[in-house]
Structures are given as structure tokens and as C-alpha cells.
Design a binder for this molecule. Structure first.
Ligand SMILES: Cc1cc2nc3c(=O)[nH]c(=O)nc-3n(C[C@H](O)[C@H](O)[C@H](O)COP(=O)(O)O)c2cc1C
Length: 201
């Protein structure tokens, strides 16, 4: 594979989407891509973060992860987004990041980015597909090329079978319920394959 540039852009408050992003990074490197993992800026007040020990711990542990900028989107051929559901929707942190790309969009630089999205939720029916669809709506406005996993590999079935994008439930213990690592890796590799075709190489 020629060096496809992959940006993994995520938001995570308690670490699930960070783990999905790290698996995406691994898959990208395994596939020979040049990979950046970047987090969108946090918007919540320090008091809110401090009130939740899991959030506070993850916030501190990932302080050194670089923050996503427009340059990362411009740089990337392919983008994997990962963000938890918030009341069935994209978290405001990720939405704010997307909503601050007006300049990039206006100069045509979001066009033909090859994108795919992942998410997590507390409940198996708590908004997985709705969250991914909400993100994909913005991607249509960007003129991006959306690459859903569909049912293109058996690994999808053990991961809960979400054809929109890999999604995972988070149990009461804070851990992932389904085994989705293989699905993440498949989704990333498929996205990179399409990105390579779009690049014409
Ligand atoms: C304000 C708020 C709203 C949420 N809304 C939902 C929801 O509608 N459905 C659901 O199943 N989980 C909901 N959750 C749970 C998170 O989506 C879930 O814990 C997710 O796995 C967190 O991912 P993270 O560890 O990457 O932050 C909500 C959490 C918060 C803080």
C-alpha cells in the first residue's frame, strides 16, 4: 500500500473511544498507512470532569495526546472518527470540532476525504446507529466519501453486527461488553483500501 495518510480523530471522557482510536491506530500502521491519533478539545468545565473519577483519570492520562486541528483534516486522505453517544447524538466536543471547520469546508478541502465512524454507548440500544448517522450527516455536507463496514466480514457478527460503523456497549463496570477489536481493525483496513482507490494508486 502506498502511504495513505490516516487521521484518527476521537473524543472520549472515560476511555472507551480512546481505546477504539488506539486499535484504529494499530490497524492503520499494520496496513502501512501513516497515522495520527488526535483528540478533539474538551469543552466541559473542570468541575464537571472532577466530579466523575473515571473522567478525571482519563482526562489526566491523555493530556499529552495532541489536539485535532483543521490541518489534520487537510493532511489526511482518510479519517476515522470515534466518539461516544450523548443522548443519541454526537457529543458537543466532537460537534464543536466539526462546526469549526467552516473555513476548510469553504475552501473545498473537506471534499473526497474518505471517512468512517465508530461509537460507544452504555446500552446496546442506547443510540449507536443514531450517533454514527448524525456524524455521517455532517460528512455528506463536507462532500466526504463515507465508508460503512456493512457486513463485509464475518468479524462484524461477533462485534454486535453494526453495519454503520463499529460500536460497543459499556458495561456498569466501565468495560466494553462486546469484543470489537477485530471489527475496528476491519473497518480501518477497509477505509484505507477505499482511500487508496480514491487516490488512484
Ligand atoms: C451526558 C451523557 C449522555 C449519555 N447518553 C447516553 C445515551 O443516550 N445512551 C447510552 O446508551 N449511553 C449514553 N451515555 C453513556 C456513554 O455514551 C457511554 O458511557 C460511552 O461508552 C462513553 O464513552 P467514553 O468512555 O469514550 O467517553 C451518556 C453519557 C453521558 C455523560
Amino acid at each position: 500500500m502506498n502511504m495513505v495518510k490516516l487521521a484518527v480523530i476521537y473524543y472520549s471522557s472515560t476511555g472507551i473511544n480512546y481505546q477504539l482510536a488506539k486499535w484504529a491506530e494499530e490497524a492503520g500502521k499494520e496496513a502501512g498507512a501513516e497515522v495520527k491519533v488526535v483528540k478533539v478539545p474538551e469543552l466541559a468545565p473542570e468541575a464537571a470532569i472532577a466530579s466523575n473519577p473515571a473522567w478525571k483519570e482519563h482526562y489526566e492520562a491523555t493530556k499529552d495526546v495532541p489536539e485535532a486541528t483543521s490541518d489534520d483534516i487537510e493532511w489526511a486522505d482518510a479519517i476515522i472518527f470515534s466518539a461516544p453517544t450523548r443522548f443519541g447524538n454526537v457529543p458537543s466536543q466532537m460537534k464543536q470540532f466539526i462546526d469549526t471547520q467552516g473555513g476548510l469546508w469553504a475552501s473545498g478541502k473537506t471534499v473526497n476525504k474518505v471517512v468512517s465512524a465508530m461509537t460507544s454507548a452504555q446500552n446496546p440500544h442506547g443510540g449507536h446507529e443514531a450517533t454514527i448517522l448524525a456524524l455521517y450527516t455532517s460528512m455528506m455536507h463536507w462532500g466526504a466519501i463515507i465508508v460503512p463496514p456493512g457486513y463485509t466480514d464475518q468479524v462484524l457478527f461477533q462485534a454486535g453486527g453494526n453495519p454503520y460503523g463499529t460500536s460497543v456497549s459499556q458495561g456498569q463496570d466501565g468495560k466494553m461488553v462486546e469484543d470489537v477489536q477485530g471489527a475496528v481493525k476491519h473497518q480501518v483496513k477497509r477505509t484505507l483500501e477505499i482511500a487508496q482507490k480514491v487516490a488512484g494508486s
